[in-house]
Design a protein around this ligand. Structure first.
Ligand SMILES: Cc1cc2nc3c(=O)[nH]c(=O)nc-3n(C[C@H](O)[C@H](O)[C@H](O)COP(=O)(O)OP(=O)(O)OC[C@H]3O[C@@H](n4cnc5c(N)ncnc54)[C@H](O)[C@@H]3O)c2cc1C
Length: 373
């Protein structure tokens, strides 16, 4: 999901229009009781308020557009190469690094944008924490809208929605994800004990069980629209998604200042706010703006310091919102265990700071102030 905070960035790099064309566009997710009453909304986008709707597209659609743009702009991407280690790093000479095929490379600045299990992080920042399981796992299947028994009235126009079941079923997310709004993800997240790799693989392969978990087996019930969605899930369409999060990293920049982490490598967060990729775009764009505005008065070292300070502050606010949103769909029993203020409510839903805020503006302002000193 791409929200209004990354939309201006996508516009500036020339990716927005074609991505919008290829995406399902939406504004709010509706939270509903089992009898269809809308109790809350969370806005992932809003054309009037934030200038953009949210775009929901398959990851490959976004990656393909970015790949095309690189090609059109003469940016050479080498595929199939794996970063292995840093051989040497110095402020004067940059970074010499080794790839898994044994070859070596050189960069003035090495950007580790290699995801939640970042090799750059584990080799250059050995003291950094490792991703931590949040205790929640999403169980997901997909179906199509025509399989649903949708009650009358406005219900049809209110997708995507999170519908609460009775008993301890928690909430079921019905989320349209194809451009035509016909494909639908059906998901629920539940507290689940952490597994090792084999354990997660076994859980993912036990597809009958995934459908059983989505259905809930504690005697609670779902409204008919959810029942029909679950009934129509095929075993092949199921998957699991254990939520891992990277504990806050103190440093995104190496001691010698020539290796920098961004995106999930620096701050992987659970999916509840739909912000992981959006924050990665913000990191990359603001880093590029900072690098393009260095001067005799603002060195690379200082520019990186300003960039990291502004970005870290913003990401920690986003993380807080994400964790709070993640409490919404939990079974009632689990929500009741949480302290007040930890459970998201519509009262906290002012997200102007998120969708209107721009890190690059603040970073460039700080750089100008530094230059004028
Ligand atoms: C199921 C799912 C749904 C999600 N939905 C959303 C959503 O709706 N909205 C949202 O904003 N975010 C969402 N996210 C989160 C989002 O995908 C991530 O936050 C985002 O992809 C982070 O981007 P990144 O570039 O930092 O890392 P990644 O997308 O993980 O990319 C890392 C890249 O580094 C490469 N790499 C790894 N190791 C090496 C190495 N040693 N050498 C070289 N390259 C390497 C990988 O191959 C990969 O190409 C979702 C995540 C998942 C798993």
């Amino acid at each position: 999901m791409l929200c209004p905070n990354s939309a201006p960035i996508l516009q500036k790099i020339g990716a927005y229009e074609s991505l919008a064309d290829a995406s399902f566009q939406l504004e709010a997710v509706n939270y509903k009781t089992s009898d269809g009453l809308t109790t809350d909304k969370f806005y992932f986008g809003h054309k009037e308020k934030y200038g953009f709707k949210a775009l929901r597209a398959h990851r490959n659609v976004v990656l393909e557009k970015l790949r095309q743009l690189c090609e059109e702009n003469g940016i050479n991407v080498l595929y199939g190469k794996k970063f292995e280690s840093v051989i040497s790093e110095s402020q004067e000479q940059g970074v010499r690094f080794r790839l898994a095929d044994g070859s070596e490379g050189f960069a003035t600045l090495l950007v580790g944008a290699d995801g939640i299990h970042s090799k750059v992080r584990s080799t250059v920042f050995p003291e950094a924490p490792i991703p931590k399981y949040s205790g929640q796992t999403a169980f997901v299947g997909t179906t199509t809208m025509d399989k649903l028994r949708i009650p009358g009235g406005d219900f049809k126009n209110e997708f995507p929605m999170v519908i609460f079941g009775t008993g301890n079923n928690g909430a079921c997310l019905l989320f349209t994800f194809s451009k035509d709004g016909q494909e639908l993800a059906v998901a629920t997240h539940r507290p689940w004990p952490e597994q090792d790799r084999e354990g997660w693989d076994a859980l993912a392969k036990d597809r009958k069980n995934i459908i059983k978990i989505i259905k809930g087996d504690d005697g609670g019930t779902w409204p008919d629209v959810v029942e029909s969605a679950i009934e129509s899930l095929t075993e092949e369409s199921t998957s699991i998604w254990p939520y891992y999060q990277l504990p806050t990293l103190e440093k995104w920049i190496s001691e010698k200042g020539r290796v920098v982490l961004l995106g999930d490598a620096a701050h992987a967060i659970p999916p509840s706010g739909g912000q992981g990729a959006n924050q990665a775009f913000e990191d990359a764009w603001s880093l590029a703006q900072m690098l393009g505005n260095l001067s005799e008065k603002v060195s690379l070292e200082r520019g990186l310091g300003i960039w990291a300070e502004v970005r870290q502050e913003r990401v920690s606010k986003v993380t807080e919102l994400t964790l709070s949103l993640g409490t919404v769909g939990l079974p009632l029993e689990e929500r009741e265990k949480l302290a007040k203020g930890k459970v998201w409510s519509a009262e906290d839903a002012d997200v102007d700071w998120l969708y209107k805020g721009q890190s690059d503006v603040e970073i460039l302002k700080k750089m100008r102030e530094e230059a004028e000193r």
